[in-house]
Design a protein around this ligand. Structure first.
Ligand code: HEC
Ligand code: HEC
Ligand code: HEC
Ligand code: HEC
Ligand code: HEC
Ligand code: HEC
Ligand code: HEC
Length: 262
């Protein structure tokens, strides 16, 4: 049994088969995800409306959340919104009892999220990652499950400066104000770092100088000239990368040098 993602309405439809036991057998591979909600023994899905009475603090901000439109087909054949339960498991026992034991709370565990986001799991299995699978930090440090775009602070599609603010909470040194800021920071930390993980050291998006050439094209004006930032780099003997060869160590910004040295 699986949720099915319907691209046009951004809703999930849980369809056809009754009972959750067939979960693994019939998981639907959607355009982007295999979607598997958690299960609670003996509980059925009652719909997000039934959570409002006791959790108004959470439901009030939920309507425009990324995960607010997950549906399954109810007994009457009509789609029913089961968004809350898609992360917390079927709520029928819990709405009656109101006890912790009757509902799931993923807390800092990434497991629930990863069941529906298998591509993300693959990223966290790369050699250099944020320590999420080891439980040191959680998906919810960067993604809010209960309100707004799941990409916290607006995320990828909104102001990148705000995504940087999410990173800044734990990495103030790289995010802080610099007298000579590297303009790359305006496009965000994610212009150079893959936030989940990467094959490259420091979770860099590209290896070596290719990282910098994303934006600083190798401008060959004459056969012999290699121009970066208006400066001819031809003839420079580089041992290492643009930032490790003793030239632009201050990739995040510098307080002393406009060419991002030191
Ligand atoms: C009749 C009131 C009531 C309804 C309806 C209700 N809850 Fe709860 N819920 C509670 C109470 C009370 C607690 C806290 C229990 C405690 O502190 O021991 C709680 C706790 C929780 C927790 C935290 C569990 C934990 O281990 O920390 C989650 C998650 C949760 N509810 C989800 C839901 C969802 C999803 C729905 C709708 C399907 C829902 N609740 C409907 C009363 C309710
Ligand atoms: C995308 C997954 C997801 C969805 C959808 C979701 N939650 Fe949660 N919820 C979580 C996670 C993860 C936590 C644990 C957060 C933490 O501890 O940092 C949580 C925690 C909670 C808690 C415990 C809060 C506390 O302070 O201990 C309650 C209650 C709760 N959710 C209710 C709801 C209700 C009601 C809905 C629907 C309106 C909902 N959730 C939708 C993932 C989700
Ligand atoms: C029941 C399945 C399900 C669960 C559980 C789930 N998600 Fe999602 N999530 C989706 C669907 C469906 C979408 C929207 C369509 C898509 O991007 O595949 C989505 C979208 C997202 C997005 C936005 C993606 C984008 O491209 O804009 C983020 C971020 C996200 N989820 C993170 C989480 C996190 C963190 C958790 C756990 C707290 C979680 N999800 C749990 C199904 C789920
Ligand atoms: C350190 C912060 C951070 C953590 C921890 C994190 N994410 Fe993300 N995630 C991001 C950022 C930033 C983006 C936007 C990436 C971009 O714009 O290139 C993103 C994007 C996504 C997307 C959209 C699709 C994609 O890959 O671009 C999904 C889905 C997602 N994250 C799920 C998760 C899940 C599930 C977890 C936990 C297992 C998690 N994330 C942990 C920061 C984080
Ligand atoms: C909740 C805290 C937290 C948030 C938020 C966070 N990080 Fe991290 N970050 C960590 C931890 C913990 C490590 C691992 C440090 C270690 O292992 O020494 C880390 C490691 C890194 C590293 C690799 C450092 C190394 O030595 O290999 C980079 C790069 C990084 N984070 C970038 C980011 C970016 C970009 C964002 C925003 C999308 C972000 N972080 C958000 C906690 C966080
Ligand atoms: C122009 C590309 C670029 C951008 C943008 C960028 N970084 Fe980096 N970052 C790097 C490079 C290159 C390194 C490796 C530096 C080294 O090995 O000395 C690095 C290293 C790091 C480290 C590891 C530091 C250490 O000493 O091990 C962290 C943490 C980090 N960056 C966080 C961030 C955060 C947070 C942002 C956004 C505010 C960000 N970066 C934006 C290129 C960038
Ligand atoms: C996301 C795009 C982007 C990336 C990636 C990027 N830069 Fe930049 N960088 C800029 C922009 C924009 C400027 C300001 C305009 C200019 O000088 O070209 C700049 C300016 C600079 C300057 C200052 C030039 C001067 O003297 O005025 C240096 C040095 C620099 N970058 C080095 C690097 C290095 C080293 C890397 C790789 C670690 C890198 N950049 C990656 C966008 C980027």
């Amino acid at each position: 049994m699986a949720f099915r993602f319907r691209p046009p309405s951004n809703a999930l439809l849980f369809g056809l088969v009754a009972g959750w036991s067939a979960l693994l057998v019939s998981c639907v591979i959607t355009q982007r995800s295999i979607l598997m909600p958690p299960q609670i023994a003996g509980a059925t899905f009652v719909g997000s409306d039934s959570c409002v009475k006791c959790h108004a603090n959470i439901t009030s901000g939920f309507h425009d959340a990324t995960h607010a439109r997950l549906e399954l087909k109810g007994d009457d054949g009509k789609p029913k919104n089961v968004s809350c339960e898609s992360c917390h498991g079927g709520g029928s026992l819990h709405v009656r009892a109101g006890t912790r034991e009757t509902i799931l709370n993923p807390k800092v565990s990434p497991d629930t999220c990863l069941q529906c986001h298998p591509n993300t799991r693959a990223e966290f299995n790369l050699p250099h990652t944020h320590p999420v699978l080891s439980g040191k930090i959680a998906c919810t440090h960067c993604h809010d499950p209960h309100q707004g775009e799941a990409l916290k602070d607006g995320g990828a599609r909104a102001l990148v400066a705000q995504t940087n603010a999410t990173c800044a909470k734990c990495h103030p040194a790289q995010s802080g104000h610099h007298t000579f800021a590297h303009e790359a920071m305006r496009e965000g930390c994610v212009s150079c770092h893959s936030p989940h993980g990467s094959v490259n050291d420091k979770m860099l998006k590209a290896r070596g100088n290719a990282l910098c050439y994303q934006c600083h094209f190798q401008n060959q004006t004459a056969d012999t000239a290699i121009i970066h930032g208006g400066v001819n780099h031809a003839g420079n003997v580089i041992r290492g990368t643009c930032w490790s060869a003793g030239c632009h160590e201050a990739v995040h910004g510098s307080n002393v040098n406009s060419s991002l040295r030191y």
